[in-house]
Design a protein around this ligand. Sequence first.
Ligand SMILES: [Zn+2]
Length: 249
Amino acid sequence: MSDDATMMVDGIAVTRIPMLSDNYAWLLREAASGVVAIIDPAEAAPAEAVIEAQGGRLDLVLLTHHHDDHIAGAVALAARYGAKLVGHQADAARLPVLDVAMRPGDTLAFGDAQIRMIESSGHTVGHVTYVIGERIAAVGDTLFSLGCGRMFEGTPVQFYASLQRIAALPSDTLLLCGHEYTKGNVGFALSVEPENAALRARAAEIEALRARGAATLPVRLGDELATNPFLRARNAEEFGRLRAAKDRF
Ligand SMILES: [Zn+2]
């Protein structure tokens, strides 16, 4: 979408932080209050570099699910900055010790904005999405551009319901995904809908972005609704067939 690591959405600055080989953590700063949150830090050091450059403040560490490549930097960052660790109460046993254990539907103050947790089981059971303000959604490994997470723990019914919850957000919602998997997802998406003009245009855009080493994320929900086969599945059964086919692709 952009070569810039930082963009503004409704008074919230969103910064993409690459980690490990293809992970992204996301730093969010509510401009009016200066409150800062980070989503899914796999590593502390790359996050600290960005946090220090932006004033050395971190208030919240939001965790979408228990996988190590989403939580491994969390405790060190929280300790260094006195930030609170936030996650799903139901998955607390598999997460670092939480300061704020939320349940889907709960909200948390984020300066003048709000953070709302929504249930997103499928990739794992207990995975959540955070809706930050009105038009930002940190989806972890539930949804990728042109793809979705592997179904390690959930069922097609659970996963499909989770994707439908995300699909129901405003179409200009900015999706913060956990991995730069977009280019690898193009071939399967095109095999499902070879004549989809929006998908073909997005495939060309992705090719151009990756050719110059630029990120393909974040992405707008509306663009995914037009192109992502997993969001476009009409029911859980169709979703399950697509997910199994992608695993073999
Ligand atoms: Zn994961």
